[in-house]
Design a protein around this ligand. Sequence first.
Ligand code: OOG
Ligand code: NI
Length: 263
Amino acid sequence: MERVEQLFNALWQDYTQRLCPSAAKVHDLLTEDEPLLNDHIALRTFNLPKVGLDKLAAPFIAIGYKPCGKYHFEAKKLYAEHFEHPNPLAPKVFISELLLGQCSSLLQETVRGLVDQVPELAIHDPEFVCCGRLWDLDSATYEMLSAESEYAGWVAAHGFGANHFTVSINQLEQFTEIREVNHLLRHNGFAINEAGGEVKGGPEVMLEQSATMADKVAVDFLDGEKIIPGGFYEFAKRYPQADGELYRGFVEASADKIFESTS
Ligand code: OOG
Ligand code: NI
């Protein structure tokens, strides 16, 4: 578990410092006597051999994670998998990748040009998963990518890192409903992602989720700084399946809307 903690500490540092500075406040608002449990984190990438889903999964596989589910998002041109660790306290990991073959040739060529700048050696460091952006980018290219795929623009601007951490609501004493958590957050000035409704899923799919809208963060582009959506915080409540164990998978229809927390 030590290596799991080490990797998640690195992910948390990067997430709170670079992508979602408001995470510390959300964390404080929800923390009770016991430390919060993370249901999962999520990573995004492009499906190029150098940096694809498998490359981001490798450091997790190396510390005992196993692939456990596959997900397709046709309209967004994304493919995702989730990974679980034998220790149920270890957060699950959701990794998606943009299917470049389905994108315009301009987008494909642009993204190849960015990924070509990634030094081969960088990928062998386990903390590659939260190393940020390893290429130069100007704001016009960011806008062009975002116009075709909000996801492509996000990855191009921020590079690699957890775009969200997820509080497991099941462990909380003060709250049992996602709606109550949303209420507390709104009361404290946070915007909740309303795409498809403020609560995504429900008992019928054994998973209920909500998310804040991403923080606006400053990112350096070749032509200056720009304030753009960064990372967000998610909340998940899991229901028991027929065998009495909590459901551990993800729900495509809900995930599709969670992606929109950065738009
Ligand atoms: C992942 C969105 C999906 C979930 O819990 O269903 C997701 C992302 O925004 O990268 O996190
Ligand atoms: Ni999530």
